[in-house]
Design a protein around this ligand. Structure first.
Ligand code: FMN
Length: 196
């Protein structure tokens, strides 16, 4: 299995990228290959002016097209995901994530905006056709430490959730596409129950 890790922070020393490193390390232990896009390394002008033909942009779009598994990490900015990630996602074809399994990750200064993953990022990933978006993982700044040398340490709770997420990612990526179709078959209205 191979996975594409997308870092959506504009910062060089980034906590959300540190979460990606923790995922990469777990994937490697399980024998998976890891490829990466740091959006901050793409041409800022091409991103801002939506230059679809810029070589750094076309190369990144190709990486997304080749991947079956993606891990997307972002900082929370103003109760949503980063603008850097947004301008990149805007350059992807409308069905860029069709048939792909996606794990969203985010870091934020406080727990208050943890739902940004579900309310802001998830609908965009869905609109790009993602087949299966796994439950996201949100860590606060106090749960992710990045040293000046670039080493990172995550809180035990987050480490355990990353372990589970990577196992699920591998299981889901091995599942044939047909199986996904079966799992999400429509439910007749008469069988819909509500919790209130
Ligand atoms: C411009 C800006 C806006 C931010 N907005 C929020 C916010 O709305 N909610 C929050 O919890 N943290 C917010 N933060 C804190 C970052 O989400 C947090 O420090 C995050 O871990 C940074 O990730 P990074 O190191 O990968 O860039 C903001 C930080 C910046 C620089």
């Amino acid at each position: 299995m191979s996975a594409l890790l997308i870092a959506g922070s504009p910062s060089a020393r980034s906590r959300s990228a540190a979460l990606l490193d923790a995922v990469a390390q777990r994937l490697s232990v399980q024998g998976a290959l890891v490829d990466r896009i740091h959006i901050r390394d793409l041409s800022p002008q091409a991103l801002l002016l939506a230059d679809f033909g810029h070589p750094t942009v076309t190369a990144a779009i190709d990486q997304v097209a080749q991947a079956r598994v993606l891990v997307v990490a972002t900082p929370v900015y103003k109760a949503a995901y980063s603008g850097v990630l947004k301008v990149f996602l805007d350059l992807l074809p409308q069905t860029a994530l069709k048939g792909k399994v996606v794990l969203p990750l985010a870091t934020g200064g406080s727990p208050h905006h943890m739902l940004a993953l579900d309310y802001a990022l998830r609908p965009v990933l869905q609109s790009l056709g993602a087949k299966h978006i796994l439950p996201g993982i949100y860590a606060t700044d106090s749960q992710v430490t990045v040293t000046p040398e670039g080493a990172c340490e995550v809180h035990a709770d987050i480490a355990a959730r990353l372990d589970d997420a990577v196992n699920l990612l591998i299981t889901e990526s091995l599942r044939p596409s047909q199986a996904h179709a079966g799992r999400f078959a429509p439910i007749p209205f008469s069988q819909v129950r509500c919790s209130v």
